[in-house]
Design a protein around this ligand. Structure first.
Ligand SMILES: *[C@@H]1O[C@H](CO)[C@@H](O)[C@H](O)[C@H]1NC(C)=O
Ligand SMILES: *[C@@H]1O[C@H](CO)[C@@H](O)[C@H](O)[C@H]1NC(C)=O
Ligand SMILES: *[C@@H]1O[C@H](CO)[C@@H](O)[C@H](O)[C@H]1NC(C)=O
Length: 289
């Protein structure tokens, strides 16, 4: 069943042939790429579309979503997370399709007390089923400056990268009966909200509202390497047959980088949690070839 590698380019060529070509409108402009969807004025686009901020106070969080939906892409966003005492706050940044059997690719940033490390939480849902959490600390302070968080999703794998360093790969293991997101287009969503019942140190540390409003900032959105469409069913600006992102996986060097991150900074891996999955770990946790 390994024929997707030859089938997919045909499908994409077809989509390209019947679709419009739209020159990717200035990457990075938040006005052009996103709609603010939540928060009653707490999320704002600033600096002529170069900066977006989400805030959270006792009344509400805030959030936004992409105008386009994507079926594969290497999508970059720079984030600067809530500084200081961010315990109980969660900044979610993810791709998701719609419906009861949705697919989803998640980054979530769980705040912490001042001086304690943020946790990056990652997950992959296929057909509405997740339970594939991997969590990491970071090798830098993600509140001091902007850093790039990338979802690289192609027919071979989904790679999570931080400043270009892969931290996790979810491989396409369809031939072993593991579902892989490849049909349902996804939009990009992000929000800043309160989740102090579980987010920080297992929910033991609560949010301190005296620090509100909390703020997360976004810059340098880049979706130029992607297949996307606006809400009408016309595929646009996809360079799938001539690029380096659609058919690539990690290089040996990148595997080395990922091993470093996972050895040094990974704090949770669903693939080693026998206690939580007494009936057996997920199939993809076995060494599959
Ligand atoms: C917060 O800090 C504690 C102590 O260093 C750490 O165990 C935890 O993983 C950090 N992150 C969260 C979200 O609790
Ligand atoms: C979708 O198509 C309809 C009808 O052709 C058009 O009125 C509308 O503006 C289109 N929407 C987008 C987002 O392109
Ligand atoms: C493929 O991409 C390269 C570099 O981006 C470009 O120079 C070349 O013209 C492209 N070829 C086609 C057929 O689009």
């Amino acid at each position: 069943m390994a024929f997707f590698a030859t089938k997919e380019p045909l499908l994409l060529s077809l989509l390209l042939a019947i679709g419009f070509f739209v020159v990717a409108a200035s990457a990075g402009n938040f006005y052009e790429s996103f709609d603010i969807t939540w928060g009653d004025g707490r999320a704002n686009i600033l600096e002529n579309g170069q900066l977006l901020t989400c805030t959270l106070d006792k009344t509400s969080g805030s959030g936004f979503q992409s105008k386009k939906e994507y079926l594969y892409g290497k999508i970059d966003m720079k984030l600067k997370l809530v500084a200081g005492n961010s315990a109980g706050t969660v900044t979610a940044y993810y791709l998701s399709s719609k419906g009861a059997t949705w697919d989803e690719i998640d980054f979530e940033f769980l705040g912490n007390l001042t001086g304690q490390p943020y946790t990056i939480h990652t997950n992959v849902f296929t057909g509405g089923k997740g339970d594939r959490e991997m969590q990491f600390h970071l090798w830098f302070d993600p509140t001091a400056d902007f850093h790039t968080y990338t979802v690289h999703w192609n027919p071979i794998n989904i790679i999570f990268l931080v400043d270009g360093i892969p931290i996790r790969v979810f491989k396409n293991n369809e031939k072993h009966g593991v579902a892989f997101p490849k049909i349902q287009p996804m939009k990009i969503y992000s929000s800043l909200w309160e989740a102090d019942d579980w987010a920080t140190q297992g929910g033991r540390v609560k949010i301190d509202w005296s620090n509100a409003p909390f703020k997360a900032s976004y810059r340098n959105f880049n979706d130029q390497s992607s297949c996307s469409r606006t809400s009408n069913a016309t595929w646009v600006s996809c360079d799938a047959n001539n690029n380096s992102w659609m058919w690539t996986t990690l290089t040996p060097h990148q595997y080395g980088q990922m091993k470093w991150v996972q050895d040094e900074y990974m704090i949770y891996n669903y693939c080693t949690d026998y206690k939580r999955f007494p009936q057996g770990l997920a199939k993809e946790c076995n060494k599959l070839e």
